[in-house]
Write a protein that binds this ligand. Sequence first.
Ligand code: DGL
Length: 268
Amino acid sequence: MNKAQLPIGIFDSGIGGLTVAKAIEEALPHEHFIYFGDTLHMPYGDRSPEVIRGYCRQIVEFLIQQPVKLIIIACNSASALAAGYLRQLYWQEVEIMGVIRPVIQEMINQHVKKLGIIGTHATIQSGIYPLLAQEYHSEMDIFQMATPLLAPMIEEGLFDSEVSKALLHQYLSNPGFSDRDAILLACTHYPLIKNEIDAFFNGRKLIFDNAGPLAKSAKKYLSENGLLAEKRMGENRFYVSAQTPHFAKTASMFYGGPVEIETILLND
Ligand code: DGL
């Protein structure tokens, strides 16, 4: 089979990564994908680098077996802690793209000077954003803060509510954010509260998320490597490692439409 006809593999710690899958679908309507959400081991955001790398390795092996032509790590925590490790292991087999470099490049292109970042403990503690900004010789000044309660809150559907208002106020009132010209929502779940965050800052800050820049980078990679599909060759497939309560509802909240999901257990 011509490699261009293969699906793209997308994975996340859970179903929040469907926000990234959605952006891929919008940017690349001729492509189809296989999505894997590691709901059995979610949240990744509170786990150690070694544990996250082990989970990701199993998922990448599963996706390589399908096979896929490109693997996208939709999860910020996994991109922060496992992308380099996975690329070293699998560079001969498949291109593996994380969500972090594309958005850093986009923010540098847009001349962001003072950036505020919110994300999970794993993402923030990894220090990956300041590190990569430095690697690109950017002088962007970065203030970052872990906001660990936001992802579970969103998963419970508690956004656009008094709860989300109070929690966002608690986190974003930190003086570190006040002089920022842009805020990066460095977590799969946060696009769902983008409007609330924008409103908190009275529309005065640029708000970035990872999904759009990632989709642009994926398109560029596929086109430069002759891997763009000319027409859609298959249906999207969605897998998770465990079904969770209210699953279908939560999945369609992140994806913006109904999703048929199969459960599959990878070797532990
Ligand atoms: N997908 C994770 C991320 O983007 C958030 C949820 C989790 O902690 O697993 O960092």
